[in-house]
Design a protein around this ligand. Structure first.
Ligand code: ARG
Length: 299
């Protein structure tokens, strides 16, 4: 029953607009642009240009707890949450801008940046050198790690690169992600399937229609709390470890302001708090991670 209500809300939310619904405390409360942060200099001279004046437009892909996901509030409303979203609000406030979040699949985050339709992509994004032509990268603000994930029943079977590197094993990774590169590099013989959402990958693993998947460790651990059938079988080496913010190209003032804000959020303990809060929220009863293509909760 509750799931039905939620499904309807989510469908409505997505149908109306791509702009994030709900938002709660992670949405725009930074109305007094001119007054914000006058002591820090990031906005003092008003030199930072954004795609929509007065706003900081951020693309994200909310299938990636605890970075970004929908938490369900007391009224049953899905609310865009996660430490990326809190950090986005912090950066917007720091720059004296109003935050606007656009939700798309992860490959959409990359193309929004490439087409310069948004200012930032905040999606647990890896500073992959292959992306340097379409975006700039902020300083690293979080370090996760990569994992190979399966379900408990298969944990003895799929526990090495060799064991999954065969055509009769289906191996998943998110479309456009570095995890897909890791799958291609480490298990080239496998039947590699790319799906637009990490939550789709998780539901395929749980349904037994996918054997193993490459997922960021922090994200796998988060979903594992809600779906204990998942098993992280091994760590996967990756040489560009860490998450950064994708910044629209050719806007060095914006890049500098974002790096300044990240440093401030680390220094004053905000980021640490956001990570703790998001980790807790993602593991709570109110969280539902499995959404289908239309944003409906899967049964
Ligand atoms: N860190 C990986 C990458 O940059 C995956 C990011 C996926 N993010 C998301 N919100 N689904 O390719």
């Amino acid at each position: 029953m509750k799931k039905k209500v939620l499904a309807a809300l989510l469908a409505g939310c997505m149908a109306m607009s791509l702009v994030a619904c709900g938002g709660g405390d992670s949405s725009s409360d930074s109305s007094s642009a001119a007054e914000a942060n006058t002591d820090d200099g990031a906005d003092a001279e008003g030199t930072v240009e954004t795609v929509s004046p007065g706003k900081l437009t951020v693309a994200t892909s909310p299938d990636f707890a605890p970075y970004e996901f929908y938490a369900i509030d007391e009224d049953g409303n899905p609310t865009l949450s996660g430490f990326d979203m809190d950090l986005a609000q912090y950066i917007a406030d720091y720059m004296g801008l109003e935050l606007e979040v656009i939700t798309v699949d992860f490959d959409g985050v990359l193309s929004e940046l490439q087409t310069k339709s948004v200012d930032l992509g905040m999606a647990g994004l890896s500073p992959d050198p292959a992306r340097e032509s379409i975006m700039d990268f902020s300083d690293i603000y979080y370090t996760g790690g990569q994992s190979l994930v399966t379900v408990k029943d298969n944990a003895d079977k799929y526990n090495s690169f060799e064991s999954i590197n065969t055509p009769d094993v289906t191996v998943g990774a998110q479309t456009g992600s570095i995890q897909l590169d890791l799958a291609n590099e480490n298990s080239p013989e496998a039947d590699i399937i790319s799906l637009p959402k990490v939550t789709d990958i998780i539901s395929e693993l749980l349904a037994g229609t996918m054997d193993a998947a490459y997922i960021e460790t922090a994200v796998a651990e988060s979903y594992q709390k809600n779906y204990p059938d998942l098993e992280i079988v091994m760590e996967v080496p990756y040489d560009q470890e860490g998450s950064s913010i994708g910044v629209v190209k050719d806007n060095p003032e914006l890049l500098a302001a974002v790096n300044e804000a990240i440093a401030a959020a680390i220094d004053d303990g905000s980021l640490e708090q956001y990570i703790a809060d998001a980790t807790e929220l993602a593991a709570g009863q109110t969280y539902e991670g499995l959404l289908d293509e239309s944003g409906n909760v899967q049964q």
